[in-house]
Design a protein around this ligand. Structure first.
Ligand code: AHG
Ligand code: MN
Ligand code: MN
Length: 333
């Protein structure tokens, strides 16, 4: 046991003192929700909550019991404190109205309660992703209040439920990682000021979609696969976990590039990942860590949102690699 480490509460209180002190209280509630979810997913099959429901979410995806339960966990932990004007999530068609018995504040919380949920029944890392925005004044949020660009995020973070549970957070002043000490119940600052390593030879993409990709992505991946004998003159390694949280976490720790690019599998979907609660928060964390997050044609944080559940292509990670794929898009266009 180490005394004197910075706890998440201390970090948040210090970082949000003044203008955003109410958001500090909200972040502490988010962390409490994350601990509840960590305990729940950590029980595995013993929780009795494995498997799918009969329902689908607004995106037509089959909901798992854990998708719904983790969504409830965040709503219950965060609705009461008076900091929020509203919440929205992957698992709810419309924004959630703060119940009348609670005071309302000016912040907006948007989240993916369980990212990588296809991995939850096979004991592979899953996560929670969240983004905090604000409206001009305290009160009940209108649906349009949520449609702000990623640059307007006041805070963003994710929790990863892996061998250890970690919370990785940015309040606009770097990206910082906290590890849950399961004995004391505290998140301790273990990874201050994370920087995405620059020199990297690792890529992550679901290659089963290769035939649907655009030429610039095909070109980049072909060059990686060609290794030492190709134009890159270096061997590359590939990883695909199918939990964005786990891929982003690996990239923050040891570099690399993650891509869920635009493809023509379903012309109605310009990408797989959702802008407001997957791409934007991850883009803030990666950018604050010195990396780049792009659609291939524009920076994720610049994308003007049109709808709450809109999808975007996502390429993120080490600066030089993401910029290379951006250049391939420019050359192609
Ligand atoms: P979610 O479980 O919240 O729907 O998100 C899953 C996402 C993301 O985490 C992952 O990178 C991607 O879907 C995996 O997609 P494939 O199944 O196409 O590999
Ligand atoms: Mn997700
Ligand atoms: Mn999800």
């Amino acid at each position: 046991m180490q005394f004197g480490r910075t706890t998440l509460s201390k970090f948040v209180i210090e970082q949000t003192r003044g203008q955003h002190s109410e958001m500090g209280a909200l972040l502490i509630d988010v962390a409490a929700a994350v601990k509840t979810i960590s305990a729940l997913v950590g029980k595995g099959a013993l929780s009795g909550f494995s498997g799918a429901l009969d329902s689908t979410n607004v995106q037509g995806e089959v909901q798992k019991k854990l998708d719904v339960l983790t969504n409830e966990a965040i709503l219950r932990h965060c609705e009461w404190g008076g900091q929020l004007a509203g919440m929205a999530s992957e698992e709810m068609d419309e924004p959630y109205r703060i119940p009348d018995q609670y005071p309302r504040g000016r912040y907006l919380l948007i989240f993916d309660p369980l990212d990588g949920s296809s991995n939850s029944d096979v004991n592979v890392s899953v996560g929670t992703i969240f983004s905090i925005l604000q409206r001009s004044e305290a009160g009940e949020a209108e649906p349009g209040d949520f449609l702000q660009s990623g640059h307007q995020q006041i805070a963003a973070g994710y929790a990863i439920y892996g061998p250890a549970t970690m919370l990785v957070l940015s309040v606009g002043n770097g990206t910082h990682g906290f590890t849950l000490d399961r004995e004391s119940g505290n998140f301790q600052l273990t990874h201050p000021d994370i920087k995405v390593p620059e020199d990297t030879r690792e890529f992550a993409i679901n290659t089963s979609n290769e035939r649907f990709w655009e030429p610039p992505v095909q070109r980049y991946v072909d060059e990686c696969k060609a290794g030492k004998t190709g134009v890159r003159s270096a061997d590359f390694n590939m990883r695909w976990i199918a939990s964005m949280v786990a891929e982003v976490h690996r990239i923050l720790m040891r570099g690399g590039i993650f891509m869920y690019p635009k493809d023509n599998k379903d012309p109605a979907k310009p990408g797989r990942l959702r802008l407001m609660y997957e791409a934007n928060p991850m883009a803030m964390l990666i950018t604050q860590a010195g990396g780049v997050a792009s659609t291939g044609r524009e920076r994720i944080l610049d994308v003007p949102p049109e709808t709450l559940h809109q999808r975007v292509p996502v390429l993120l990670g080490s600066k030089s690699e993401v910029e290379r794929v951006e250049r391939y898009h420019q050359e192609y266009d």
